[in-house]
Ligand binder design. Structure first.
Ligand code: AMP
Length: 260
């Protein structure tokens, strides 16, 4: 197995933002970046932890109600939670991958005033796949380490995490209506400030699709019940997609080109 020594040294201390709609694989890409030494900062996980630690407070109840409906938690709650996390010594020493924040223009401006990002990775996934991936693919995750699975990328033993042997469960907010809500919000509030980041010259696109003329090893292709899975892109083209291993390979290649 490759140890990616040069890449790990090059990305130490870097500040990377993952940008993409719900279901685009931010959680899994975060774990690929964690494997290179970065700290994973997920606003969703930070909020869930803060709620669990302060269950009886009004603030926690308010946040929890928004999350259950798939709506954005108000800025006055989420911004301090995330900024406190980013202030931790390990974040600026090791570098971090930020996942799920910012989601609004206001959050983006506040982040910009605090932090100079080194790279924004835009996870480009066909719109058609987003709901299919989560619902039909039966998205689930490890309750211990957060590793993500689905019927496209199942664990070796159902119910048990390949990485830490933790229990695999489904997310309570992964329901079609909630996901549709999260997607609508993404299009309206989040996608709209991507151009602000693009003008800084730090945005790179990480596509999940494999064009028909692209040569690729079979082990990197997304499959469902052992059959190669095809998806229709927003432009009506039928294409194949990368699986977890394929995306990790593509991500590390992009990082090497950018940082080495
Ligand atoms: P995630 O785990 O990133 O999908 O987030 C789960 C839920 O947490 C979202 O549906 C929102 O309710 C809330 N949330 C996470 N990040 C943010 C954010 N940056 N702004 C507002 N709400 C957020």
């Amino acid at each position: 197995m490759k140890d990616h020594k040069d890449l790990k040294a090059a990305i130490k201390g870097k500040k990377i933002l993952l940008f993409g709609p719900p279901g685009s694989g931010k959680g899994n890409r975060s774990r690929d970046l964690e494997a290179l030494g970065l700290v994973h900062v997920s606003s969703g996980i930070a909020l869930r932890t803060t709620i669990n630690d302060n269950l009886e407070t009004m603030q926690a109840k308010r946040a929890s109600d928004f999350m259950k409906r798939g709506e954005l938690v108000p800025d006055d709650i989420v911004v301090p939670v995330v900024l406190d996390y980013l202030d931790r010594e390990e974040c600026w020493k090791k570098g971090f991958v930020l996942d799920g924040f910012p989601r609004t223009k206001i959050q983006s401006d506040i982040l910009d005033a605090h932090i100079d990002l080194d790279l924004v990775l835009y996870l480009d996934v066909p719109g058609n796949f987003l709901i299919t991936g989560i619902i039909e693919g039966n998205r689930r995750g490890c309750s211990e380490c957060g590793a993500g699975y689905s019927d496209f990328d199942p664990p070796k033993v159902e119910g048990i995490c390949d990485k830490c042997a933790g229990k695999i469960t489904r997310r309570a907010d992964d329901k079609t209506t909630t996901i549709k809500n999260r997607l609508k919000l993404y299009k309206k509030q989040t996608r709209s400030f991507l151009p602000d980041l693009e003008v800084k010259g730090i945005v790179r696109v990480l596509p999940i699709i494999v064009n028909t003329d692209e040569e690729i090893e079979n082990k990197y292709l997304k499959k469902l019940k052992d059959k190669i899975y095809w998806v229709e892109t927003d432009l009506g083209k039928k294409v194949r997609m990368l699986n977890l291993a394929g995306m990790k390979e593509r991500l590390y290649r992009l990082l090497a080109e950018y940082f080495l």
